[in-house]
Design a binder for this molecule. Structure first.
Ligand code: GAR
Length: 204
């Protein structure tokens, strides 16, 4: 897996911890950031994972450099974990059905940035998180898993974000493991979750 980050990296940490705890059968081969100061890079270094920083002034140069980098790393799965840029169509087409994102709302409500603020301002009573495959739109790809959290009377953006973040971590780990087990099948807009493979009985 390659993980793309821009900031704090708590979802990256949840994935690292999930791998260490045996909840994900997989390995992170690179953490790629568009910000050299992202704290996520420190977390990756702490876990002994290769880090790559891509900082380019123009959008086109950035996207080209990212595609080159991903092609070189050649991961089975690309995970966006607090990565705050849209991917170019060329990148998305190079990894069909192999890019996932986590978003802090119940999509299709509140796509884009500041989803938690949007939810508070709209006045919804329930929000949550969504893990989805990435397509060429913004937060529009086929939905893999969602988990809801309540919006409480006294919530502000920070308290609501923290409540959502907690469920993000476990939801992302679950979705990644389903992918690792080959249990996700995309059918148009729907993602089918296949039952676990039967345990093979040993023939004595
Ligand atoms: C998370 O809440 C993630 O869902 C959100 O940014 C935060 C990153 O936190 N992503 C988006 O809003 C994408 N549009 P983290 O760096 O601690 O994982």
């Amino acid at each position: 897996m390659a993980v793309l980050v821009s900031g704090r990296g708590s979802n990256l940490q949840a994935i690292i911890d999930g791998i260490e705890a045996g909840k994900i059968n997989g390995e992170i081969v690179a953490v790629i950031s568009d910000k050299k100061r992202a704290y996520a890079l420190k977390r990756a270094e702490g876990a002994g994972i290769q880090t790559i920083v891509i900082e380019e002034d123009s959008r086109e140069a950035f996207q080209r450099a990212l595609l080159d980098c991903l092609s070189a790393v050649d991961p089975d799965l690309i995970l966006l974990a607090g990565f705050m840029r849209l991917l170019s169509p060329a990148i998305i087409q190079s990894f069909p059905g192999r890019i996932m994102n986590i978003h802090p709302s119940l999509l299709p409500s509140f796509p884009g940035v500041q989803a938690q603020r949007q939810a508070l301002e709209y006045g919804v009573k329930v929000t949550g998180c969504t893990v989805h495959f990435v397509d060429e739109g913004m937060d529009t790809g086929p939905i893999i898993l969602q988990e809801a959290v309540p919006v409480l009377e006294e919530d502000d953006v920070d308290s609501l974000s923290a409540r959502i973040l907690e469920v993000e971590h476990r939801t992302y780990v679950k979705a990644i493991q389903l992918f690792a087990q080959g249990r996700l099948e995309i059918e148009g807009r729907r993602v089918r979750i296949l039952p676990p493979a039967p345990v093979k009985e040993e023939i004595v």
